[in-house]
Design a protein around this ligand. Structure first.
Ligand code: FES
Length: 113
């Protein structure tokens, strides 16, 4: 199993290798902004990872859509990035939209949905 820690929530989740960071975040009920259905079009799902070797290499979509500075800074598109059988920490930038979605997910959890 792979282990992902999402920051700033400090929430850990174990998933099978091959799961995207976006899929894992949803399973963990962590909000990552995403408006294109995971098609590498909206670029809202950018996250920073601490251990790039825990992830599949950059996809062609990421190579064309992320800047060299972003790639050097270990920024990945959560919808395109699949985890290997390792541990990784994923930092999600705060955004007003993610705060709203996170509150909605927390509300669903409280209601047992
Ligand atoms: S969800 Fe739109 S680029 Fe990742």
């Amino acid at each position: 199993m792979s282990e992902i820690t999402f920051l700033p929530h400090n929430k850990k989740i174990k998933v099978k290798p091959g799961v995207t960071l976006l899929e894992a975040s949803r399973r963990a009920r962590i909000a990552i902004s995403a408006r294109c259905g995971g098609n590498a079009a909206c670029l809202l799902c950018k996250v920073k990872v601490d251990n790039p070797s825990a992830l599949v290499p950059l996809t062609e979509n990421e190579k064309t859509k992320l800047s060299h500075d972003q790639i050097s800074d270990n920024i990945r598109l959560a919808c395109q990035t699949r985890i290997l059988n390792k541990k990784v920490t994923v930092s999600i930038p705060e955004s007003p939209l993610s705060k709203v979605v996170q509150a909605h997910l927390r509300n669903e959890m409280d209601q047992g949905i």
